[in-house]
Design a binder for this molecule. Structure first.
Ligand SMILES: NC(=O)c1ccc[n+]([C@@H]2O[C@H](COP(=O)([O-])OP(=O)(O)OC[C@H]3O[C@@H](n4cnc5c(N)ncnc54)[C@H](OP(=O)(O)O)[C@@H]3O)[C@@H](O)[C@H]2O)c1
Length: 270
């Protein structure tokens, strides 16, 4: 199977890196297109993939096609590639379209293509680049269980994968698709505080990032409740409970809930 990417920006490069490093697919089986020529040439050099400036060539060459353009470009790209998909269908070639965009539901996508197309809707995140991504998938009725399994196996090369009902995708956008951005802000803030108290910045990033990584791993590996894990750090009369009190006073929890709520509302409107 050849895998194609239309759009070779941040998310495509993260997925391609994850897939190649985990060896679920070799770089010579990947072809990507992008309208930004210099960026595409850089990706070709770094990832050793095949590239083209022609989106239609991706349809002619690849069996599984990731639409890795921004949501606002979906309509024009679908209009461009749908006739080529129809031509390939006449040659008995089955093509699977994999989408990554908020707002483009399976129902909407089926209407946009105007011809019956096999579609898997996904929501990945950029930690895919280092094999620690989290991707949700759902499919339309034309996708077989084997096809879903195959696309899942590619994405497993980039981290964890969950098949979900489509109604959950908006929650996925907030909790894992967009959340690396909130986590990086938290790391920056933690590092700033450490710098205030004299730690060199390069060290501060390592300490903050490793604390987040370790905490996440602890939760996933022990299966313990996050509140229980928090309590294990808060010694009576100690330093941590002072920090927790301050976080509660300044609305840390509700700030995260509000931010994610805004994220879901935006996804619903797209
Ligand atoms: N980034 C994330 O963390 C993340 C997470 C989950 C899902 N996603 C989804 O992944 C998709 C891609 O996002 P991204 O962050 O990777 O965007 P991005 O970095 O902007 O990459 C998209 C690339 O597509 C190119 N492009 C635009 N129109 C095109 C066309 N007609 N044909 C071919 N290439 C075209 C863009 O070139 P120009 O710069 O010249 O426009 C750009 O290089 C989006 O649907 C997004 O919602 C992203």
């Amino acid at each position: 199977m050849r895998v194609g990417f239309i759009g070779c920006g941040n998310m495509a490069k993260a997925l391609i890196s994850g897939m190649i490093s985990s060896k679920v697919i070799s770089s010579d089986s990947i072809i990507a297109s992008d309208s930004y020529k210099e960026g595409l040439e850089k990706a070709k050099k770094e990832l050793k993939i095949n590239t083209t400036l022609d989106n239609k060539e991706i349809v002619r060459e690849a069996d599984i096609i990731f639409l890795a353009i921004k949501p606002q470009f979906y309509n024009s790209v679908i209009e461009e590639i749908a006739p080529i998909i129809a031509e390939e269908k006449e040659k008995n070639r089955e093509i699977i379209i994999v989408t990554l965009a908020p707002g483009h539901t399976l129902e909407k996508l089926e209407k946009e293509f105007k011809i019956p197309v096999k579609i898997i809707r996904t929501m990945p995140n950029t930690p895919a680049m280092v094999g620690e991504g989290m991707t949700a998938l759902c499919k339309n009725n034309l996708i077989t269980e084997n096809e879903l399994e195959y696309v899942s196996s590619l994405l497993k090369g980039c981290g964890k994968v969950e098949v979900v009902s489509e109604y959950m995708i908006n929650s996925v956008i907030a909790v894992s698709g967009s959340s690396p951005a909130y986590v990086f802000i938290m790391i920056e803030a933690m590092a700033d505080a450490a710098v205030i108290h004299g730690m060199p910045r390069d060290k501060a990033y390592i300490f903050a990032a490793q604390a987040l990584l370790g905490s996440a791993k602890m939760l996933l590996e022990t299966g313990m409740h996050p509140g229980q894990l928090k309590d294990m750090v808060c010694s009576p009369g100690g330093t941590t409970i002072e920090a927790v009190r301050s976080l509660e006073k300044t609305g840390f929890r509700s700030s995260i809930i509000e931010a994610m709520n805004d994220c879901v509302e935006k996804a619903k409107k797209m």
